[in-house]
Design a protein around this ligand. Structure first.
Ligand SMILES: *Cc1c(COP(=O)(O)O)cnc(C)c1O
Length: 454
């Protein structure tokens, strides 16, 4: 059973890709002209292409890989499950791994979260959170509570509901007419403060603004949705301490729900298991995906409180159930991968082992300020954004025509490192299990690449 794969050489695969594929978030006109990288396998924190070249996976295969690639324990768990059943539906049935995983998720997430609703991607987990919040208020008889407040610069996924509560101009403006109306509260993007104030002596004016929005829409807000601590795809925007705590207090005092989208921050990324843990906060709803299976298989979860869950209980003919579910929801293979992932967190003391590595990142990132085009460095745990600017004094941004981010990552690729920018922001998101030496190498290459490309 030699696979058909073996018949193709690297050059013909490149041609076939360009003939048949449409890549996400990619200008295909540029893609057609480029030398593209086709990944054949992974080894630890390295990806290996069809030419046998090795690259450090500097963005954890889009922020989801935790322990590296080809980790025996996760591979074996998936194989073991494969020998039992690959998929069975959760509509009207249950399966072994999803039950055990739900128990585990409830144990490790903030204390008020007691119920787990599965789906397949981060976008869906947010879509589900919004629908649950909306339907919750309908059941409670507060029918006017239909509005969602989100942070202006935020990213919650690509489906129309999750785009509605997002706010990245580049991704979202085009689709405005298709989206439902939401209310944007200011983002604590302190490097480019919307109020022109300085972090530390601003009195966190953005929170005062959030409060006044809550006050104005007192009886009509279904929920506030935010990425706690670090707003990822919006450009790695780190929030001031106590920002999420205050958001929790405000949503409580104005009697509405708080949704934390921990799709990016969850599973160790911020240096704790969840961003919520840094300030011991329990949101009403939490969205998880990316790191949940260690980056092996697609899976997501939306967790809620008993209060929310109970509002959906009733007689069959009352139709209070939550009418939502995807075909592959609660896939047993993915759930087994997730269980193996969480076991490795414990066995390898991942959270504790991060501390010295986060220290290395902090120290070494300071050097980057000596580079003439580095305007701001934002760093929380194992999430890093380096904002490149044309002019440090005026903070003048590079124009999209400069393709500065792309230039930097191409340099890095020549040096054996895969990273991916967010516009003019260079992102570092290595797998949590990266060793210190490889981490140093990743930082060195990033430094040199920025220096050479700018
Ligand atoms: C990546 C991401 C999503 C979307 O997840 P997908 O699995 O890509 O749909 C949602 N929210 C946040 C904060 C993310 O980083």
């Amino acid at each position: 059973m030699t696979s058909k794969l073996a018949l193709y050489n690297s050059a013909s695969l490149t041609d076939l890709d360009k003939k048949y594929l449409w890549h996400p978030f990619t200008q295909m006109k540029d893609w057609m002209k480029e030398d593209i990288l086709v990944i054949e396998r992974g080894e630890g924190v390295y990806l290996v292409d069809t030419e046998g070249r090795r690259y450090i996976d500097g963005v954890s295969s889009l922020w989801c890989n935790v322990h590296g690639h080809g980790v025996e324990e996760i591979d074996e768990a998936i194989k073991d499950q494969l020998a039992k059943v690959a998929h069975s539906t959760m509509l009207g049935l249950s399966n072994v791994p999803v039950i055990l995983l739900a128990q585990k998720l409830v144990e490790i997430t903030p204390p008020a979260l007691h119920k787990v609703f599965y789906s397949d991607s981060g976008s869906e987990s947010v879509e589900i959170a919004l629908k649950i919040a909306y339907q919750y208020w309908q059941h409670k008889g507060e029918r006017k509570r239909t509005k969602f407040i989100h942070l202006a610069e935020s990213y919650h996924g690509d489906t129309l509901g999750s785009v509605s509560v997002g706010g990245i101009e580049l991704f979202h403006d085009l689709f405005r007419p298709l989206l439902f109306e939401t209310i944007a509260a200011p983002t604590p993007y302190c490097y480019r403060c919307p109020f022109n104030l300085k972090r530390g002596d601003c009195g966190t004016k953005c929170l005062a603004e959030l409060e006044s929005i809550l006050k104005r829409h007192r009886d009509t807000v279904a929920a506030v949705v935010m990425e706690p601590m670090m707003q990822g795809a919006a450009g790695m925007i780190d929030q001031p301490a106590q920002f999420m705590s205050r958001a929790r207090e405000l949503t409580q005092s104005y009697g509405t729900l708080l949704i934390f989208d921990e799709v990016a921050t969850g599973f160790g990324r911020t240096g704790r298991m969840f961003a919520s843990d840094h300030e011991a906060i329990s949101p009403d709803i939490m969205c998880l995906a990316k790191g949940i299976t260690g980056g092996y298989l697609p899976m997501a979860a939306t967790l809620t409180t008993d209060e929310i869950f109970n509002a959906f209980l009733g007689e069959h003919h009352e139709f209070r159930a939550f009418f939502h579910g995807h075909t592959y929801t609660g896939n047993p293979l993915a759930a087994r991968a997730a269980l193996a992932n969480l076991e490795l967190f414990e066995k390898n003391h991942i959270i504790d082992s991060l501390r010295p590595k986060i220290g290395i990142l902090s120290n070494r990132l300071n050097d980057f300020y000596s580079l003439s085009r580095v305007g701001d460095i934002r760093h929380v745990g194992f999430m890093v954004g380096i904002e490149l600017v044309r002019d440090k004094k005026t903070k003048e941004p590079y124009s999209p025509k400069d393709k500065i981010g792309i230039r930097v990552i191409k340099r890095a690729r020549e040096k054996g490192v895969i990273i991916r920018p967010l516009g003019n922001i260079i992102v570092l998101m290595p797998p949590l299990a990266i060793d210190e030496k490889t981490l140093e190498r990743l930082i060195d290459v990033t430094y040199e690449s920025i220096k050479e490309a700018t």
